[in-house]
Design a protein around this ligand. Structure first.
Ligand code: PMP
Length: 425
């Protein structure tokens, strides 16, 4: 039957199934598709939601009376910091509004830690014999490549539905002073769609660490990117850490890259006031101030925190149907066959697909040969190495709806063929 697990097929049935899938794949290949499910980018329709920015600001003087055309204001304009402080559950003085990329702020923070050490470091990290980080997997490839570029070794823990496996993390950091940090995407994680619970966040914020300057890089890139009415609230990690006596442990990041324009938004960093001072002290060596005109433009465009929330519902209306289509096709084509499991996220930009161990790279290759670009297998793991060769990241926001349908039908065909090959093999 249609929904019979492949493992229950007889050898003859499996051979027939494999032939069917091979034929379907040949048809797919000859249809000359050219589709891309690789990067988590907003679609043109989503970008259009923010075209009002192109007519702003109406004035170049901000609410505090500052002429935004000139140098200065390293921390970013208060008017915009106030809006995002409310959204991120922190105080405006804990927030830095920066340039167009939060990833750049994360990189700078790591560089400062390496070259100079943090507010609570005995010495610069680069002077340690070894520096290691914990990376929940699957995770965001750019976090991994940044750490790798600095020679920071990566250890992995599983990313679970409620965040990183906190017991595994606590066990690792308890008596290993070389472990200096962990990278977490707490809300609608890339790519698993996991939401870090208050309990997990509290554990990470309070656990004893052998390193006195252990950092949580709390990358809340998808904090407001809800796909349903069930809007996850990010755990308040700064308050939790502060209450536990580790006020400088978390450094929070966010940006409007997937709220307004992905190349012309505003990045944010939030931390204890002391740590913000530390960050600005280093930043000030290389900048006299950020692009305050873009910041004012964003503040005018949103008006207040509710303006951001309302704007995000516009995104949801555009991308939720694409995510529903991914689910429909996966369910219809792969459901009950015992060849894959996948996430059904309530926010963020990705669906994480786990195929039969040992077949993810084969699926990606088959798709590529048929004209469908998928994120390389293993991309969500440090060093690009998924030890089980099982995980594939799907990013359905950028293509138009018909392309999502065609691409996902193709992915399903590739998953079934790779599974049939493997089981027959
Ligand atoms: N963090 C995560 C988890 C992301 O998925 C992305 C975008 N792909 C970024 C950071 C990049 O953010 P920004 O554009 O602000 O540099």
């Amino acid at each position: 039957s249609n929904a019979q697990p492949l493992t229950e097929l007889s050898a003859d049935q499996l051979a027939a199934f494999r032939q069917e899938q091979q034929a379907a794949y040949e048809t797919l290949k000859s249809s000359g598709l050219k589709l891309d499910l690789t990067r988590g980018k907003p679609s043109a329709q989503q970008l259009d939601l923010s075209n009002g920015l192109l007519q702003l600001p109406t004035s170049y003087v901000d609410a505090a009376g500052t002429d935004t055309r000139n140098y200065g204001g390293l921390q970013g304009i208060a008017q915009l910091r106030e809006i995002f402080a409310e959204l991120l559950w922190v105080e405006p003085e804990q927030v830095v509004a920066g340039g167009n990329s939060s990833l750049t702020m994360m990189r700078d923070t790591l560089y400062y830690l390496m070259l100079s050490g943090g507010v609570d470091s005995p010495r610069p990290w680069a002077q340690e014999e070894k520096v290691r980080f914990i990376c929940p997997v699957p995770g965001y490839d750019r976090h991994h490549t940044l750490l790798e570029s600095l020679g920071i070794e990566m250890l992995t823990v599983p990313m679970q539905a409620d965040g990183p496996d906190a017991d595994a993390v606590a066990a690792l950091v308890a008596d290993d002073p070389t472990i200096k940090g962990i990278w977490i995407v707490p809300t609608y994680s890339n790519p698993a769609g996991a939401v870090c619970s208050q309990e997990v966040a509290a554990k990470l914020a309070s656990m004893p660490t052998a390193a006195p300057d252990f950092k949580i890089f709390w990358d809340n890139a998808y904090a407001f990117h809800h796909l349903t009415q069930d809007e996850a609230k990010s755990a308040d990690v700064l308050s939790l850490a502060s209450a536990a006596g580790h006020p400088n442990r978390p450094i929070m990041f966010a940006s409007t890259s997937k709220i307004t324009f992905a190349g012309a938004g505003v990045g944010f960093l939030a931390a204890s006031v002391e740590q913000v001072k530390w960050y600005l002290g280093h930043l000030g060596k290389g900048s006299i101030g950020p692009d305050k005109i873009n910041q004012l433009r964003h503040a005018e465009f949103f008006g207040d925190a509710d303006g951001v929330r309302k704007h995000m519902r516009g995104h949801r209306d555009i991308i939720a149907p694409k995510f529903a289509e991914v689910q429909r096709i996966l369910r219809q084509r792969l459901g009950g066959k015992g060849v894959a499991t996948w996430t059904d996220p309530i926010g963020g930009y990705f669906v994480s697909l786990d195929v039969i161990p040992g077949t993810a790279s084969r699926v990606v290759q088959l798709a590529k040969d048929a004209g469908i670009a998928l994120t390389p297998a293993g991309a969500s793991y440090p060093y690009g190495n998924d030890p089980d060769d099982t995980n594939i990241r799907l990013a359905p926001t950028f293509p138009v709806a018909e392309e999502v349908t065609a691409a996902m039908e193709a992915v399903a065909t590739c998953v079934l063929l790779a599974a049939a090959e493997k089981l027959a093999g």
